[in-house]
Ligand binder design. Sequence first.
Ligand SMILES: [Zn+2]
Length: 195
Amino acid sequence: MPPEAFRTAGRSNAACRVETFYLAHRKGRSVFSAAVQRTSSPLFIAKIASGLVIDHLTPGTGVELLRVLHRQPELSDIPMTLGVGYPSTRMGRKDLLKIQCDALPPRLMPLLSLLSPGATVKRIRDYVTQDRVVVTAPDLLEHVARCPNPVCITNAEPGLETRFRRLPGDGPARYRCHYCERIALLSELTPAAGA
Ligand SMILES: [Zn+2]
């Protein structure tokens, strides 16, 4: 069925040029839109007046973090904006997530450590950064990571909550499973099913 309306809107500045096409099908009540970037200049996510900016996420972890946040009842009505594969001078590429709430539930911070140690969390109020923290590897991971040992009892009994304690020492963070004593790098641990 041919579209009933077709409209083209353009916007350009020195940094980038983006044209957005809207193709609306009124009878089908569906709207298709696509943004086409005409140069290699980066696009930027709009600033938020107040909320949290989780920046320098390891590429690929933004989607997973968004999926986890959406499952949290207290965040179900909170607007969020995800950026994937943005250029980063420090990381090459990065993901970032903007969340229009004052704070994350404390239980999610270890999960953020698991997904992307080294990420930064900025708290914004009235467009001004109030504080900034760097996510570090915690001493204890409870209920958030899955044991990589396939015969660990925590994998046989899904209701059993996992627990990993960080081993002392420099270098990449290593953790020992409380149940089977398997030692794994933080980068080898994955979120538990219920995290
Ligand atoms: Zn284990």
